[in-house]
Design a protein around this ligand. Structure first.
Ligand SMILES: [Zn+2]
Length: 109
């Protein structure tokens, strides 16, 4: 992966898993998107680091996907349990995928 000065994603590490099950919500199915993210490299202790991030979408009975919060959606960065820029960027990318994929009908939190 090339580190860009303002952060980047390694799309070669991108994994998309459909109908993932969780013990936390028995009977529910999730769409999970995982990839590696490079932080902004702004010298705040993040230079050279890579963070694994996971977006988990609950698949509704109507096929609508709803983005879940932690512990389903997570990022390894110091603030990755809550909202972080890495997840925000990945959600934006996912929205682009949703616009070209008939599989995803996404609803943001
Ligand atoms: Zn993060």
């Amino acid at each position: 992966m090339k580190h860009l000065q303002s952060g980047s994603y390694d799309f070669e590490s991108l994994k998309l898993s459909l109908e993932v099950m969780s013990d936390l919500m028995p009977g529910q199915k999730f769409l999970v998107i995982e990839c590696m993210s490079a932080p902004s490299q702004k010298g705040l202790g993040s230079v050279g680091k890579l963070y694994s991030l996971r977006l988990a979408f609950l698949i509704g009975e109507d096929g609508e996907c709803t983005l879940m919060t932690a512990p389903y959606t997570m990022c390894e960065c110091p603030v990755g349990v809550g909202a972080c820029a890495h997840k925000g960027g990945a959600v934006s990318c996912s929205t682009l995928f949703a616009n070209v994929s008939p599989v995803m009908n996404m609803k943001m939190w």
